[in-house]
Design a protein around this ligand. Structure first.
Ligand code: EPU
Length: 421
């Protein structure tokens, strides 16, 4: 197992290019199961979760190959491999997002057997809303021996009203509904940019989805979808993580390949804290300061503050003057990083779904452990500014979602290295 070692205190400077969005790429790759013929998908990050998803698709009879850096060709053909419909525990346990093959399998192969993803360290991760939505479309679903077993002779368009916003749940209903008979309406749909990207991909392949980016999606079922060329949106969470890297080190960095419209709330909050941000087209310059102000923030569904940015903001607020309160509305238990930040000297008290952070003049380097992908990002950011050496263990979580993180931070001037333990 590798660890990351950081000597804190270096100011980051220079430019960094943001990769395609992991959380858009994963459901889009799964949705290629619905398409007849080859698809070329560009802007795919080179990370472990993409490798896991590729393995799941190969297991289902798909051809998945890298055609150049950041581009995959995925081939499924109508009428082939219909007897393959299982996403096994060995793969699903590595990545909860594998649940997004459920909708495409059910739609295309009429059967799906997907290992029940279970909970994870960021909190409970139920799939009841996925199951309710697919059942409303006509699927029979039961959970036996740790697997979700779903079948459907025919899927029929219907009206679905989600009881809570779910990103991958919305993706599963969309992918099941695009080839269903008739019209499906999804009320209270998730409108995250990653869900919009999936809908745009499906439309390019021949689907008829309207209301993209709104709370209500309408899907008019079509007979067939065809392979396409598609470019994934830039990763707003990777962008936000680098924005905070620039800010926390009092640096001056420019991010290339970003979507300003996807970063609205992150940009506003960073400005409120005292960071200078200058967007220009698809680039964005971040200039840090020596002192920052405490703020309150609450994670919410898009366009609210993403829960996937919560740990990174917490790292920055540890050294902002005053008392900040972070309220986690998506995953109320997603605070394991708070105890690790406390080991670095942070003054954080977790009270139910809220964390109260009292800013301190500096963090101190020590040994810390990563509990999940975004917690790991928060700890790396803390290490960049901490006095002394920070050693970060269990960094395989970071490899799941950030491509070449240490190398890119090194290029920006961080004193960071990866060491085999
Ligand atoms: N929920 C239910 N029932 C369901 C589904 C969800 O109650 O059937 C609840 C969850 O417990 C949670 C809330 O709804 O409280 C939102 O969960 P959601 O379903 O939206 O999460 P997800 O689709 O499983 C995706 C991202 C996560 C991100 C969340 C929230 C992917 C692959 N994953 O998960 O990303 O935190 O949306 O935005 O898209 C990450 O990248 O590190 C990550 C965890």
């Amino acid at each position: 197992m590798d660890k990351i070692v950081i000597e804190g205190g270096n100011r980051l400077e220079g430019g960094v290019r943001i990769h395609g969005a992991k959380n858009a790429a994963l459901p889009i790759m799964a949705a290629s199961l619905l398409l007849d013929g080859p698809s070329r998908i560009h802007g795919i990050p080179d990370i472990i979760d993409i490798q896991t998803q590729s393995e799941i698709l190969r297991n289902l009879g798909g051809e998945v190959k890298k055609i150049e850096d950041g581009s995959l060709e995925i081939i499924f053909r109508d009428g082939e491999n219909d007897d393959k419909f299982t996403a096994p525990y060995e793969l699903v346990r590595k990545m909860r997002a594998s649940i997004c093959v459920l909708g495409p399998l059910l739609s295309k192969r009429r059967r799906a057997k997907v290992s029940y993803p279970g909970g994870c360290v960021i909190g409970q991760r139920p799939v009841d809303l996925h199951i309710k939505g697919l059942t409303a479309l006509g699927a029979q679903i039961e959970t036996t021996e740790g697997y979700i077993n779903a079948s459907a002779d025919k899927l029929r368009g219907t009206h679905i009203s989600f009881a809570g916003k779910t990103v991958l749940g919305t993706c599963n209903i969309l992918t099941a509904a695009v080839l269903a008979e008739g019209t499906t309406t999804i009320e209270y749909a998730a409108c995250e940019p990653e869900v919009q990207d999936l809908a745009n991909f499906l439309n390019k392949a021949g689907a008829k989805i309207t209301g993209i980016g709104e709370n209500k999606l309408t899907v008019e079922g079509v007979q067939k979808l065809y392979g396409v060329d598609y470019e994934i949106i830039p990763d707003r969470i990777e962008a936000g993580t680098f924005m905070i890297a620039g800010a926390i080190t009092g640096g001056d960095i420019t991010l290339e390949n970003i979507r300003q419209d996807h970063l609205g709330v992150v940009t506003d909050k960073l400005r409120e804290i005292g960071v200078e941000i200058t967007p220009s087209g698809n680039a964005l310059r971040v200039k840090g300061n020596n002192t920052y102000r405490a703020v309150d923030l609450m994670t919410l569904p898009y366009p609210g503050m993403p829960t996937d940015m919560q740990a990174q903001f917490m790292a920055l607020l540890c050294i902002a003057e005053g008392k900040s309160i972070i309220t986690e509305k998506i995953f109320p238990d997603r605070f394991i990083h708070a105890s690790e930040l406390r080991r670095m000297g942070a003054d954080i008290r977790v009270d139910g779904p809220s964390a109260i952070i009292r800013g301190i003049p500096f963090l101190s380097g020590t040994e810390v452990m990563v509990s999940d992908l975004r917690a790991g990002a928060g700890l790396v950011l803390a290490g960049l500014v901490a006095k002394g050496t920070t050693q970060i263990h269990r960094i395989y979580h970071l490899d799941r979602g950030y491509e070449q993180l240490t190398e890119r931070l090194l290029t920006l001037g961080a004193a960071i290295k990866r060491i085999k333990e």
